[in-house]
Design a binder for this molecule. Structure first.
Ligand code: HEM
Length: 404
């Protein structure tokens, strides 16, 4: 048994039992962050905020939502949107936050790629980040099923059908996932469970892993400089705050984050109140009907790039290309073979690779929304081929990269 003394304050009492001072130092006041970073390093904290908004608004929506195929549509579009005071506000917050979470996640990912923040020592940050991306994708997809509108039903049909396509031919698996031959009550019940329980729990666990993975390597910086954190921290604690290359996580870095978060909030609430339409598909304002297929089925904007990689090919090749797109980002720390941790603009061929990838993702996204006809299907095919080619050439162009 440890040696407990009579506590002089509540803090002291807690400290003797939970070592709160030590914990506070490890995760806040002596968690050192480089000074040489820009606003893009606030995206992680904005994601924490948008996730909180999703949780809070989701809890309010759950109070009135009915997970039954007869009542789900009306419980959302009538009860929540018209009858419940401020129900519309929680729905707008939830829809806008889910869409914006993906926008910020993409910015956060591409910041990591641009600055090489996935390199040696930071692989776990990257992997846990990608697992967060995949889990968020599953959460968004399962959430999209819940209003039981036309897009919910038909997107559910198309995506689960993927397993029965081409060489996969796993019809049994499709029925197993749906719990029926077509999306129906069993399907809605299990997607509801995934959306409100299992996936949020997984996200919370993965966020814990993501933050833990950041603690030892520390965040990267704009110059990719290898900072001696112990030496710089000592300088800071000895009083040379200006000369030290690091600052405290709390409250120095947090106060900078709050500034960026404040600007983000203006944008976020502008969308919630005045421009929420982009996050709510008009086709989903019609109740699910298994006998009427919408003319053109497409996913939400954040899935369009990978949808467009599936679409232009024949079934089997399309499935392989789609599978490739789902896992390839995970392998980035090993496909980029240069040890350089530096901004892409200092990395020769990698600079071109980065910008072509970013533009290609935008082209794929734009084409994914359009019907696959005429020139659009040609552009879509070229963009999908460019995507695959980019990842194949990456190890070769980075292998002999000059040291910067
Ligand atoms: C909701 C999801 C996520 C949350 C809450 C989150 C949170 C954070 C936070 C707070 C940081 C430290 C500060 C910063 O650089 O912004 C960070 C860093 C990082 N995250 Fe995420 N992140 C998420 C998703 C992702 C995704 C999808 C990836 C991509 C694979 C990713 C990759 C990284 C990387 C590589 C870093 C290190 C940046 C550096 O060292 O400079 N994260 N994340």
């Amino acid at each position: 048994m440890a040696n407990f003394t009579k506590a002089t304050s509540i803090k002291d009492w807690l400290n003797q039992r939970l070592a709160i001072e030590k914990v506070e130092k490890v995760i806040a006041s002596e968690y050192w962050i480089p000074k040489n970073i820009n606003f893009l390093w606030a995206m992680g904290m904005i994601l924490v905020f948008t996730f909180k908004m999703l949780l809070i608004s989701g809890i309010f929506l759950m109070m009135y939502y009915q997970p039954s195929i007869d009542q789900a549509f009306d419980s959302v579009n009538y009860t929540i949107m018209r009858e419940v005071d401020f129900g519309w506000l929680w729905r707008h917050v939830h829809a806008v936050a889910s869409s914006v979470t993906f926008l910020i996640m993409y910015i956060h990912m591409f910041t990591g790629i641009y600055y090489g923040s996935y390199k040696k020592g930071r692989e776990m940050i990257w992997i846990s980040g990608m697992l967060l991306f995949i889990t968020f994708s599953a959460a968004a997809f399962s959430g999209y099923m819940l209003p039981w509108g036309q897009m919910s039903y038909w997107a559910g049909m198309v995506i689960t059908n993927i397993f029965s396509l081409g060489g996969l031919h796993m019809d049994g698996l499709v029925e197993w996932i749906r719990g029926d031959y077509v999306p129906a009550q069993a399907f809605l019940t299990r997607f509801y469970m995934l959306h409100v329980l299992l996936l949020p729990l997984a996200i919370i666990g993965l966020m814990g892993l993501h933050f833990a993975a950041l603690r030892i390597p520390h965040v990267n910086n704009q110059d990719g400089e290898e900072i001696d954190f112990d030496a710089e921290a000592k300088k800071y604690l000895d009083g040379d705050k200006k000369g030290s290359k690091v600052m405290r996580f709390a409250n120095d870095f947090l106060s900078k984050d709050m500034m960026v978060l404040g600007i983000f909030l203006i944008f976020f609430f502008y969308l919630v109140f005045f421009n929420f339409g982009f996050a709510l598909d008009p086709v989903n304002m019609d109740k699910a009907d298994g006998l009427i297929t919408p003319k053109h089925i497409y996913p939400e904007w954040y899935f369009l790039w990978s949808y467009e990689i599936l679409r232009p090919f024949s079934t089997n090749i399309g499935l392989i290309a789609f599978g490739f797109a789902q896992v390839i980002y995970l392998l980035l720390p090993w496909l980029d073979r240069s040890p350089n941790v530096a901004a892409a603009n200092r990395r020769g061929k990698f600079k071109i690779w980065f910008w072509v990838l970013l533009i290609d993702m935008i082209v794929l996204t734009a084409m994914g929304k359009l019907p696959p006809e005429g020139i659009f299907s040609v552009i879509g095919l070229v963009a999908a081929l460019v995507f695959i080619a980019l990842w194949i050439v990456l190890p070769f162009i980075t292998k002999n990269e000059k040291k910067v």
